[in-house]
Design a protein around this ligand. Structure first.
Ligand code: AMP
Ligand code: MG
Length: 337
């Protein structure tokens, strides 16, 4: 299949392809999504095939107005509207009771549906042009780092999907926060652009699912299937090092060989030599770390190092999301100093 490359102005064309059963990679503020009409089971199956995504990993449904929420979810608790008021449109996904019209293919057989109202203007225009909610996982090959630029999507999916809409770089850079409102206490299933602290300010108690911070054992129940897969992973083994910037830099420096890659904070870049060095942001600018993480992981991979060390931030604010993605890339191989 020839993959059409569209500009951010060609949202009508993208909508038309989607309305006719095609699958299209679209920019959002988090990462690029691979979209299909939520009502077209054949198109949804093609999304799974194009990504090589396991069938048991459900998709997020994207809406472009609050009115659409009731067409995909039911028994919506008041807290969902409180969250929507504060954080939608934006990088927050809510798990709610699904409407019967949402097929098991989208939800992987769950009785719940994941819903998000993105803020990216191009994404909103495409959903409106398609005139249906769009089911969309990240637009990468399953297991590789999520795409934050159209070029990343092209590298993974050219020839496997109908079109890619180029909307430039994603401003958040990590996937949406997923919160389950389907169970009490409410539960954070995946940290992302909306922080745990922000959720707590609206919901009060929020439990952090164990899969966010620790590797689950084989028979442990997984609430967000996506969290159980090794993910975001370059080919070389990744070693995450958590602690102060100074301590982690010292630790990594003493282990470098010329086939080592280091992903580090800008402040320490000059301290690493005779190895590959990639900066992903200032130590204190966690938004910048989130924005650059996936593209730096892809870049590092291209150098074919033997091993990748990465300075990992603490869990406050969006640090929880950055640390979660790093831990997953590292298969939870993390050194805490
Ligand atoms: P992706 O958009 O590729 O990041 O994948 C969507 C994420 O949403 C995956 O981690 C899924 O496991 C999660 N997800 C989607 N629907 C549900 C649901 N009904 N319950 C729990 N997690 C879900
Ligand atoms: Mg994904």
């Amino acid at each position: 299949m020839d993959t059409l490359l569209l500009t951010a102005e060609q949202t009508d064309k993208a909508g038309e392809i989607l309305a006719h059963g095609g699958i299209v990679a679209i920019p959002t503020e988090t990462v690029y999504g691979l979209a299909a009409s939520v009502y077209d089971t054949n198109a949804i199956e093609n999304v799974f095939k194009a990504k090589g995504r396991p069938q048991d990993n459900p998709l997020i449904v994207h809406i472009s107005s609050l009115e659409q929420l009731t067409s995909v979810a039911k028994n919506i608790p008041p807290e969902a509207y409180e969250l929507a008021k504060r954080f939608w449109p934006g990088p927050l996904t809510m798990i709610l009771d699904k409407q019967d019209s949402i097929s098991d293919t989208v939800t992987a057989g769950f009785s719940t549906v994941a819903v998000r109202f993105p803020s990216h203007e191009t994404a909103l225009r495409i959903i409106s042009a398609a005139n249906v909610p769009l089911a969309a996982p990240s637009a990468n090959l399953s297991g590789s780092p999520s795409p934050t630029e159209a070029g990343h999507v092209y590298a993974d999916l050219n020839g496997r999907i109908d079109a890619i809409v180029d909307g430039g770089s994603c401003s958040v850079g990590v996937e949406s926060t997923i919160v389950s409102l389907f169970e009490r206490p409410f539960r954070l299933l995946r940290p992302g652009g909306i922080t745990l602290e922000q959720l707590q300010s609206v919901l009060g108690e929020v439990v952090v699912d164990r899969a966010v911070t620790a590797k689950l054992s084989e028979n442990e129940k997984v609430r967000a299937p996506g969290m159980k897969y090794r993910h975001y992973a370059p080919k070389a083994p990744v070693r995450a090092v958590k602690g102060s910037g100074r301590d982690t830099a010292e630790y990594i420096r003493s282990r470098i060989t010329e086939k080592t890659a280091v992903i580090c904070y800008r402040e320490y870049a000059d301290e690493f030599s005779n190895c590959y060095v990639y900066v992903y942001g200032d130590e204190t600018a966690k938004d910048e770390l989130a924005r650059n993480l996936f593209s730096v992981l892809r870049e590092t991979d291209a150098a074919c190092p033997d091993i990748i060390y990465i300075q990992c931030p603490d869990d406050s604010g969006i640090g929880l999301a950055v640390a979660n993605r790093i831990k997953k890339a590292a298969g939870f191989d993390i050194t805490e100093l």
